[in-house]
Write a protein that binds this ligand. Structure first.
Ligand code: SF4
Length: 336
């Protein structure tokens, strides 16, 4: 039987080419071999979000991009974390068996204490427990992660192990699937591509918008004049050509090194190739966006499917923990 994949994503709105090359394509291909559950983890987002004003729109835009990019709601469950409240219940129960010392040593928590000292909320400390509840509630067996998330997954495995040995086995120990997805640098050529650094290109951008963004990209800083030979190996425009112009990278590298091509033409070519690579995506996105309520229907169906799994898991959890359930009251106490 196909192993179950669980993956959660903060609602970040419209997706950019870094998300597309790094995560979305991976999620699409996992569907071929696994039963996949993709969750929009809106509760996690609250640990760092300053305002929830754009949350609804961000969820809509992100899910629409996923669907247009090939995440298939017939094969995968796509749902919103907070719509299945059992996750908070399991989070609380896991909190009872998780030593605080395990949470305080998590590298990302230490980092947040350093970077946002005025907002070290409980949610940040409990983040790995909630993440464990996310995975365990749906009995996720495989979790695609980048190397930086390995400590979280190891903690999730420890919590699950602790529960299984204290109360009896309910949960599989989730296995990390290290993603080989490339980490895509932003147009500034320094930071990872991200909306917060404003160095991104949205996958739904029009060809004109793509051209405007790419023309502002940083190239080889040593190449000041058109006649200067360039260094493609340190140029981020060239790195993006490797994804979007694979058949022409050797030629571009050669022409750049002998100043046969200028940065303006090189960027125009990149913008053109990004726009044509994303054209099928843009077309599908427009069709899906024109279907009234499509995203809402996909999420409602996903919420129902996720909730059915969650309820069954919680029934097992409470039974193992010998927690009295409402239906047991009459049997236990003879309530009329
Ligand atoms: Fe970069 Fe292209 Fe300019 Fe060379 S020609 S430095 S690869 S933008």
């Amino acid at each position: 039987m196909a192993k179950r994949v669980f993956s959660g994503f903060r609602p970040t709105g419209k997706q950019h080419i870094g998300n597309y090359l790094g995560t979305i394509q991976n999620c699409v291909s996992l569907q071929d071999e696994h039963e996949c559950i993709y969750s929009v983890v809106d509760i996690h987002a609250l640990t760092t979000l300053e305002s929830t004003d754009s949350l609804k729109q961000d969820i809509y835009d992100m899910v629409l991009d996923w669907l247009a990019a090939g995440i298939d709601p017939e094969r995968s469950i796509i749902f919103v974390q907070s719509h299945v409240p059992e996750v908070e219940e399991l989070h609380t129960l896991f909190g009872m068996i998780t030593p605080l010392s395990w949470l305080l040593r998590v590298p990302t928590f230490k980092e947040k204490v350093r970077t946002q000292p005025d907002n070290v909320n409980y949610g940040l400390v409990g983040y790995p427990v909630l993440m464990t509840a996310d995975i365990a509630l749906y009995k996720g067996e495989i979790v695609p992660v980048g190397e930086d998330q390995l400590p979280h997954l190891e903690l999730a495995r420890e919590i699950v192990r602790r529960f299984n040995s204290a109360y009896g086995t309910v949960f599989p120990e989730p296995q990390a699937k290290l993603t080989s997805s490339p980490s895509v640098l932003g147009l500034d050529g320094v930071q990872k591509m991200s909306k917060s650094y404003d160095n991104h290109v949205d996958i739904g951008a029009s060809p004109r918008e793509i051209l405007e963004r790419v023309m502002a990209a940083v190239t080889d800083p040593a190449r000041r004049y058109r006649s200067d030979p360039g260094h493609p190996d340190i140029c981020n425009v060239f790195r993006l050509h490797q994804f979007f112009s694979p058949a022409r990278v050797d030629e571009i590298a050669l022409e750049c090194r002998r100043a046969g091509i200028g940065c303006v033409d090189c960027k125009k070519l990149l913008a053109q190739n990004i726009a044509s690579a994303l054209e099928p995506f843009r077309e599908k996105r427009a069709i899906l966006a024109s279907k009234r309520n499509y995203v809402a229907e996909v999420l409602a169906e996903g919420d129902n499917r996720a909730e059915a799994i969650a309820r069954e898991t919680m029934r097992e959890v409470k039974e193992k923990m010998k927690l009295l359930q409402r239906l047991d009251l009459e049997r236990a106490f003879g309530v009329p």
